[in-house]
Ligand binder design. Structure first.
Ligand code: SAM
Length: 173
């Protein structure tokens, strides 16, 4: 009986959280490192700022941010094996700031505390991220999206790197 329960739990933690991510955000596909470096450098981070990555994957954007500045970088990841991998990686990183990987659904996180929000999601999710950004983010907060824009919200900047998808930068007025 215990074995069945354990097997069920393991299957849920793998397939359940994987499908949840697909339906309520995006599947796990990592932003290429060249784009990660550019996304972080584009926002000109300052010490003490709060950074979010919505669906942080293996944490690469957060790790790049804390390598550059003394920021508090919070990642939210729902796909359990990827969350564990990011958590392990976070212990072995070179850092000036603090990177915290949280297991959970980023749709339940308030955007207000964040100075910078990174994401790489689907076009459908970007519509909802745009609404949350407009509704919750503070004035001057920055949203940086790899590959997909927020329909109906004009970006402040579009960064193009040869061979990669565009990077969209939005600032909250
Ligand atoms: C396209 S990947 C991007 C990963 C990382 N941000 C990067 O740029 O390399 C999107 C990630 O979001 C996670 N995700 C999708 N929906 C989510 C949700 N509602 N809450 C938390 N994480 C979610 C997925 O599991 C996946 O790892």
């Amino acid at each position: 009986m215990i074995l069945y329960l354990m097997a069920g739990l393991v299957l849920f933690l793998f397939f359940g959280t994987m499908f949840y991510a697909w339906v309520f955000g995006a599947p796990t596909v990592y932003t290429p490192y060249k784009a990660v470096v550019r996304m972080v450098s584009e926002v000109n981070l300052k010490n003490g700022q709060i950074v979010y990555d919505l669906g942080c994957g293996d944490g690469r954007i957060l790790f790049e941010a804390v390598k550059k500045k003394n920021v508090l970088a919070l990642g939210f990841e729902i796909f359990f094996p990827v969350f564990i991998w990011a958590k392990i990686k976070s212990y072995f990183r070179d850092k000036k700031g603090v990177a915290k990987i949280n297991f959970g659904d980023f749709w339940y996180k308030d955007f207000h505390p964040a100075n910078v929000i990174f994401c790489f999601l689907t076009p459908k999710s970007m519509r909802r991220v745009g609404e949350k950004f407009i509704g919750e983010a503070k004035k001057g907060a920055c949203l940086v999206s790899y590959a997909f824009k927020v329909d109906g919200l004009p970006p402040q900047k579009v960064v193009r790197i040869k061979g990669l998808a565009p990077i969209y930068v939005y600032i909250k007025n």
